[in-house]
Write a protein that binds this ligand. Structure first.
Ligand code: G3P
Length: 226
C-alpha cells in the first residue's frame, strides 16, 4: 500500500513525513486554494519537504486538451522531481492524456466516479487513476465497489495502471479499499492519524510502562537498567 497525503499544508506534510511511511502528496485546485498564497511557491515548498523522489501530484486546471498539455509541460519543468500531472477524466482530459503519454509525462487521471472512466483513462496512458470514494458514497453509490471493479478490470486486461483511491471521510473506507488490492490511497492528515489510533493500544502501552516502572524505577528504560 502506498500512502499519499491529500493536502498542501506544509506543517501537516512535515508531520506526516516525520512519522509515517509516506510515498507522496496529492493536491487539487481546491486544496491549493485553501493555502491562499503563491501557487508555485507552495509546490516548491512541498517538493523541498518531501524530496525529489517522493511523488507529487498536481492538477492542471485548463478545460481543453491543448492547454492541459501546455500546463503539464510547464509544471513538469518548473516543479520537477517525481511529478504526476492530474488530469480529470473529461473528453478533453482523455485527449490530453494520450498526448502527454507520448511525451513521457506521468499522468494521474482524476475525478473518477465509474470504473469505465478509469479503464479508458488507463488505456489513454494514465499511470494512476483516482476514484473519489466518499463522493461516490454521497450520491448513494458504492465507492469501495467502484474501486474493487477498477482493480478487477486492470487485472483482467493486464494493465499496469494503479489505483490511487481518493476522497475519504473515514478509516473504514480506507480499510475496505485496502482489501480490494488497490495499490495506493491518498488521505487527509486527520485520517492519516486516525488510521493508527486505537484507545486500547494507548491503554496497553500505559500499562506496560506502569508495570515496568513499578520494578525498575520511574522513567528508566532498558538502557538504564542493563
Ligand atoms: O484527491 C481528491 C480529493 O481531494 C477529493 O476529496 O474530500 O474533496 O472529496 P474530497
Amino acid at each position: 500500500m502506498l500512502y499519499l497525503l491529500d493536502t498542501a499544508n506544509l506543517e501537516a506534510i512535515k508531520k506526516a513525513y516525520n512519522f509515517y511511511p509516506m510515498d507522496g502528496v496529492t493536491t487539487n485546485p481546491t486544496i491549493i486554494s485553501k493555502e491562499k498564497r503563491d501557487f508555485l511557491e507552495i509546490l516548491k515548498n512541498i517538493r523541498e519537504i518531501i524530496g525529489v523522489e517522493s511523488m507529487l501530484h498536481v492538477q492542471a486546471v485548463s478545460t481543453n486538451a491543448e492547454k492541459m498539455v501546455e500546463e503539464a509541460l510547464y509544471l513538469n519543468k518548473v516543479i520537477g522531481g517525481n511529478l504526476y500531472i492530474k488530469i480529470p477524466v473529461t473528453k478533453e482530459g482523455i485527449k490530453a492524456m494520450k498526448i502527454l503519454q507520448s511525451k513521457g509525462i506521468k499522468i494521474t487521471a482524476t475525478a473518477i466516479f465509474t470504473a469505465q472512466q478509469a479503464l479508458m483513462a488507463a488505456m489513454a496512458g494514465a499511470e494512476f487513476v483516482a476514484p473519489y470514494v466518499n463522493r461516490i458514497d454521497n450520491i448513494s453509490g458504492n465507492g469501495v465497489g467502484v474501486v474493487d471493479e477498477i482493480v478487477q478490470l486492470f487485472e483482467l486486461y493486464g494493465l499496469d495502471a494503479k489505483v490511487l483511491a481518493a476522497s475519504f471521510k473515514n478509516v473504514q473506507q480506507v480499510h475496505c479499499v485496502s482489501l480490494t488490492g488497490a495499490q495506493s490511497v491518498t488521505v487527509n492528515p486527520e485520517i492519516m492519524d486516525k488510521i493508527l489510533e486505537h484507545p486500547l493500544t494507548d491503554w496497553s502501552v500505559d500499562q506496560f510502562i506502569t508495570d515496568w516502572e513499578s520494578v525498575y524505577g520511574v522513567e528508566k528504560t532498558t538502557l538504564d537498567v542493563k
